[in-house]
Design a protein around this ligand. Structure first.
Ligand SMILES: Nc1ncnc2c1ncn2[C@@H]1O[C@H](COP(=O)(O)OP(=O)(O)OP(=O)(O)O)[C@@H](O)[C@H]1O
Length: 229
């Protein structure tokens, strides 16, 4: 099922006379298996668009769809459930809980989804293997490098077997070699499982490797570039 943003607008009302367009006339189709980056300067609206796709914020205009379903007309509970069912999230600062081991960090959202103990254990082992950390499940975040912590957060995002991964600047805190390894891992997951990726980046070195690049400025898509990868 594809995600679609149709004429989406998000106005932040800082005050009566101070309106900020976080997104304006955004039209985006995200088919299953897409590998898409949102690229633009700070404040251009990348996070806003990711949050709109996630249903974390609602547009002030336009429609957001997944398959035939209109996400904008769902209740808060339905949107939360929809997000749990279909999406995984990766953040710039990993957002791992420091008091939990790598494996426990991956388990946590699976418990929210109500899986059995055996299913959780299978999924954690599967996810750790996918990210090449099968021997590090017992380590705490502070015992892992930045790249390894980001791998744990990727494992956490994929363990629920989502359709779409949303990632806000996932390589911004990493050196260029580690950033490349993380993008290689995204590509592998995209190819092996037809997992859809939409992520924001500032990193010019990564852009040529991304199938669809959406350039964002002042909340608008100014250019779409397709790379043959
Ligand atoms: N909650 C909010 N209230 C008011 N304005 C906001 C809010 N969130 C974002 N904005 C504004 O909307 C615009 C887009 O912000 P957004 O965070 O989406 O950009 P970004 O491209 O992700 O930036 P960065 O690369 O710095 O994270 C900016 O002008 C920002 O100041």
């Amino acid at each position: 099922m594809q995600f679609e943003l149709i004429n989406v607008e998000k106005v932040y009302q800082a005050s009566e006379e101070n309106k900020v367009y976080g997104a304006r006339n955004v039209n985006l189709s995200i088919p299953e298996g897409e590998f898409m980056a949102l690229v633009g300067p700070s404040g251009s609206g990348k996070t806003t668009i990711l949050n709109l796709i996630a249903g974390l914020i609602l547009p002030t205009g336009g429609v957001l769809k997944h398959g035939g379903n209109d996400i904008t007309s769902m209740s808060l509970e339905e949107r939360t459930q929809h997000r749990l069912d279909y999406m995984g999230f990766i953040f710039q600062d990993y957002q791992l809980l420091p008091i939990l081991t790598a494996a426990e960090n991956i388990e946590f959202p699976l418990q929210l989804k109500g899986f059995s103990k055996a299913e959780i254990s299978d999924r954690v082992n599967w996810a750790l293997k996918q990210v090449g950390l099968e021997k590090m499940g017992n380590r705490f975040p502070k015992q892992l490098s930045g790249g390894q912590q980001q791998r744990v957060s990727i494992a956490r995002a994929i363990a629920g077997k989502p359709q779409l991964i949303l990632a806000d600047e996932p390589t911004a805190n990493l050196d260029s070699k580690t950033a490349q390894e993380i993008i290689d891992l995204f590509k592998k997951l995209n190819q092996d499982f037809k997992l859809t990726f939409v992520f924001s980046t500032h990193d010019q070195r990564l852009i040529d490797q991304i199938r669809t690049v959406q350039y964002i400025k002042d909340g608008q898509i100014t250019e779409t570039r397709k790379n043959n990868v």
